[in-house]
Ligand binder design. Structure first.
Ligand code: ATP
Length: 482
């Protein structure tokens, strides 16, 4: 099973220390969330899993970490200053600001079209807050957060204007040449980056699904034009498999081919991986939303940031760039701008999908409902909980703490003696700890502990000296989900 709705995860996340509403002691800040002790471990594990898969397990990948604030020209030539906007409408009745392309038609409307259509095509739309149809005409609202650079800058000084990056990808394109020359790579190869991005979303919401500050895991894979279509398809398949290998149920994953009218200005083809974030919705089609996008960005970005390309009159298209980001192919003696395939996922949306998908409930022999978070062991915030069966026996407590200390350098382990064993097990099940290890009287004699499996609740007696190896092997090979 998986969570019946996002609300179930919001309450679990707050109760157990995964995610808290941000700035809560000052009344909060709309759609901003802070990651607690378990949340930060889960995010780190997702990022590590992605980096291991994307960078370490391949021979054709480099990583970088570029600045969040870049030269403003980057956003001018990437097209973001002109086009990175959402269509905004105001409700004249309740004063809400709304995203035009997400509005639904009022029940009485006769001319209703799809979800993303132009302003002239859509009629009879209603405000989701008050139901009024008295809405302004849509106008573009740029999603980039603005800031100013320098101590003397006035707020409206255009020479000091800068943006917080709305995607990590541009940091990769502007470093293409530096990475290429320092790593002596040949096509095809990729550059991966994980980092924060910022978008002044008109309608953030649905917990950590859409926030104004979020983290992205993006990779730009540079290929020869002509090889782009096949390699794009291979990345689509491989990204889908990555989520499935992390334990996300395939019945909750789906591919979506963006129709031509939805494509970004730079894209030749984009396929999104959707997750069933809204299983409670009656209309099946509305249960799905984007988890990751895999775009064929063509040579748009490298070309746009290069000094060479000229228009028909011989005028440079980019007079501000000092470099040409083309590639010289030694084999064919040709110079060209590589095409780019971009798998782009959000850390936070991935965390949400993983939490929703791992959620399950089980009824004990005594008829009590237990929540079990069936996280892939590699993603579980805590890998092992060490629980003494007698907390008033110093030898048992001492041994349990020693076992915890011996495991902790390689895997996150906790010691807990703050309740009866049933309660301690339930607490660990609810946060997805794959192994509970109990130390009892017999342990003092046979140097062995009992390891309890989160999913099956089965127990096994393991010698302390073999524990490390045993856990490492089990962490690699998760039991299949039911
Ligand atoms: P959406 O259509 O949901 O706004 P997008 O198509 O604009 O997303 P991309 O630009 O393709 O998103 O970004 C890649 C990934 O970054 C998305 O698939 C998503 O996982 C994540 N992402 C984008 N915007 C946000 C946001 N505001 N909050 C959280 N994650 C986001």
């Amino acid at each position: 099973m998986s969570a019946p709705n996002i609300e179930t995860i919001v309450s679990l996340a707050k109760r157990r220390g995964f995610v808290f509403p941000s700035s809560e002691i000052y009344g909060g800040l709309g759609s901003a969330w802070d990651y607690g002790p378990l949340g930060v471990e889960l995010c780190n594990n997702v990022k590590q899993a992605w980096w291991r898969w994307m960078v370490y397990e391949r021979d054709d990948m480099e990583g970088i970490d570029s600045s969040i604030i870049l030269n403003r020209s980057v956003w001018k030539y990437s097209g973001h200053e002109d086009t990175f906007s959402d269509p905004l409408v105001d409700c004249r009745n309740c004063k809400s600001r709304l995203r035009y392309d997400k509005l639904e038609a009022s029940e009485t409307a006769t001319s209703v079209s799809g979800t993303a259509a132009s302003s002239t095509q859509r009629g009879g739309l209603k405000c989701p807050n008050c139901g009024s149809t008295d809405l302004t005409e849509p106008r573009p609202f740029n999603l980039m957060f603005r800031t100013t650079i320098g101590a003397t800058a006035e707020d409206d000084d255009p020479t000091a204007l800068a943006y917080l990056r709305p995607e990590t990808a541009q940091g990769i394109f502007i470093n293409f040449l530096s990475v290429l020359t320092t790593s002596r790579r040949k096509l095809p190869f990729g550059i991966a980056q994980i980092g924060k991005s910022f978008r002044n979303e008109v309608t953030p919401g649905n917990f950590i699904f859409r926030t104004r500050e979020f983290e992205q895991m993006e990779m730009e894979y540079f290929v020869r034009p002509g090889e782009d279509e096949q390699i794009h398809q291979e990345w689509i398949d491989s990204c889908f498999t990555w989520f499935a290998n992390l334990g996300v149920s395939q019945e909750n994953l789906r591919l979506y081919e963006q129709p031509k009218e939805e494509l970004a200005h730079y894209a030749k083809r984009t396929v999104d991986i959707l997750y069933r974030f809204f299983p409670e919705r009656d209309d099946e089609e509305k249960q799905w939303d984007e988890l990751m996008g895999i775009a064929n960005r063509t040579d748009f970005d490298l070309r746009a940031h290069s000094k060479k390309p000229e228009d028909a009159e011989g005028k440079r298209l980019n007079p501000d760039s000092t470099e040409d980001l083309s590639y010289f192919d030694e084999a064919t003696k040709e110079r060209f701008y590589p095409y780019v395939i971009e798998p782009a996922a959000g850390v936070n949306r991935t965390v949400l999908a993983i939490l929703m998908d791992a959620y399950s409930e089980k009824v004990t022999d005594k008829g009590e409902k237990r929540v079990i978070l069936k996280l892939h062991p590699q993603l579980a915030p805590i890998k092992a909980a060490i629980l003494p069966l007698a907390r008033n026996k110093p030898e048992i407590v001492g041994m349990a703490k020693a076992v915890k200390r011996s495991l902790q350098p390689v895997l996150r382990a906790v010691y807990d003696d703050t309740g009866g064993i049933g309660k301690l097990y339930a607490r660990q099940d609810e946060i997805g700890t794959p192994f509970c290890i109990t130390v009892d009287h017999q342990s003092l004699e046979d140097e062995a502990v009992t390891v309890r499996d989160r999913d099956t609740w089965e127990q096994e007696r393991i010698k302390v000296e073999d524990l490390h190896q045993y856990l490492q092997a089990r962490l690699q090979a998760p039991a299949p989900k039911d």
